[in-house]
Design a protein around this ligand. Structure first.
Ligand SMILES: Cc1cc2nc3c(=O)[nH]c(=O)nc-3n(C[C@H](O)[C@H](O)[C@H](O)COP(=O)(O)OP(=O)(O)OC[C@H]3O[C@@H](n4cnc5c(N)ncnc54)[C@H](O)[C@@H]3O)c2cc1C
Length: 134
């Protein structure tokens, strides 16, 4: 059997189809990855937890009270058109890291901390705007 030369990639959708991995792992059937929830305590600091299969369209209605929910609901309408927003995912957009993408802009503007988790580990990262980074 031929050996894969590249590592398998998670894939919730086809997106721009720019990646050409030798193997794809379809994660659409994993219910837990559709989770979109606020975690933590309002006073101690809370986080928006966005599962890998959460589509852009999930943000059409504010997903959290206050200015953040309203901002995300406003921004999402600038991402392509509705059919694209029902397929593309927030996490895919962040992982793809197109600097022209709306979610990359929002996370940089808000100095958002991203936590990427796998079964055994997690990593934190920030995507800063050029003014925040300097
Ligand atoms: C016609 C068209 C117009 C578009 N217009 C816009 C636009 O105006 N604005 C905009 O911001 N975007 C736009 N997009 C991008 C689109 O909305 C998707 O967000 C983007 O293509 C990523 O696709 P995806 O979410 O399906 O991720 P995928 O294609 O599944 O994944 C993208 C990459 O990230 C990796 N990945 C995905 N999920 C994870 C994860 N949870 N953890 C680790 N790695 C992961 C994948 O392995 C792959 O390398 C457009 C796309 C199309 C096709």
């Amino acid at each position: 059997m031929p050996r894969a030369r590249r590592r398998p990639k998670p894939c919730a959708d086809h997106g721009l189809s720019l990646a050409r991995p030798a193997h794809l792992v379809d994660i659409n059937g994993v219910e837990a990855l559709r989770r979109l929830a606020v975690e933590g305590d309002k006073n101690l600091g809370s986080k928006l937890s966005i599962g890998a299969c959460v589509r852009h369209a999930a943000f059409h209605k504010p997903v959290v009270d206050g200015p953040l929910g309203r901002l995300l609901a406003k921004v999402v309408r600038h991402i392509a058109h509705y059919p694209i927003r029902t397929r593309g995912t927030f996490c895919g957009s962040i992982a793809h890291a197109d600097p022209a993408s709306e979610w990359c802009l929002v996370t940089a503007a808000l100095d958002a901390e991203m936590v990427a988790r796998s079964a055994g580990a997690h990593a934190r990262s920030r995507r800063r705007s050029s003014s925040a980074a300097s």
